[in-house]
Ligand binder design. Structure first.
Ligand code: CA
Length: 227
């Protein structure tokens, strides 16, 4: 079970979420404005953050951006209003993991929370492991990666893909498989999105990205990761 931080100024909404998550066995903390939220989010015990965009004192977007700038990679689900710029929310600038548009059903939100927690299971300190992938050393629990020059920035999506390839080592992975398993219900990515992510990943893991030795193209099908 996870510890969830809800950053939301509408008390009724926050309390409703708290009740629902507690019913599911999670622990819930509530912050009523952006500044308090940012402070509480720095607690390493927190496994997931539900973050409203329209908040007093500091907007949800700024909270998310500042957390990422501090190197805090706790997964974030944004609570957005219709018409807010979703691409930006999920993109590199703000670095949220998912979003849900208000008004939403609690059932839908619970499903998303479940999916995010499945992707980022609450860290068990003893399970921490560093894995060598190409020229990178990766810690999937902490979403950290480094090469011999120091830390390498990967987006959450890039970590997800890398982990997926690692778990399917030596096997051919089709683009459709990646769309289904790594992107699940997010927006509507195309196979082109996959290819772009592969190019970016190669730049980070391959010594010579033009001639990859680890993340190989399997023509007409997809990709394959080999050690
Ligand atoms: Ca609000």
């Amino acid at each position: 079970m996870a510890k969830i931080l809800v950053i939301e100024d509408e008390t009724e909404m926050a309390q409703g979420l708290k009740d629902n998550f507690e019913f599911d066995g999670h622990t819930v903390l509530i912050a009523g404005d952006g500044e308090q939220g940012l402070q509480m989010a720095q607690n390493t015990d927190i496994h997931l953050i539900l973050l409203d965009i329209m908040l007093p004192k500091k907007s949800g977007l700024d909270v998310c951006k500042e957390l990422r700038a501090m190197g805090i990679k706790t997964p974030v689900i944004m609570l957005t209003a219709r018409g807010q710029e979703i691409d930006k929310v999920l993109g590199l600038e703000f670095g949220a993991d998912d979003y849900i548009t208000k008004p939403f059903s609690v059932r839908e939100l619970l499903a998303r929370v479940k999916a995010v927690l499945r992707r980022y299971p609450p860290v068990d300190g003893t399970a921490e492991k560093k894995i060598r992938i190409g020229k990178l050393t990766v810690n999937f629990q902490r979403y950290q990666a480094e090469d011999d020059k120091g830390e390498v920035e990967l987006t959450h999506k890039e970590f997800d893909m890398l982990k997926y390839f690692y778990e399917h080592k030596g096997r051919v992975v089709s683009r459709e498989q990646l769309l289904d398993d790594v992107w699940d219900y997010n927006a509507s990515p195309t196979t082109r999105t996959i290819d772009n992510h592969i190019l970016k990943l190669r730049k980070k893991i391959e010594i010579n990205p033009e001639h990859p030795r680890h993340l190989l193209t399997v023509h007409g099908i997809g990709y394959k990761y080999i050690e």
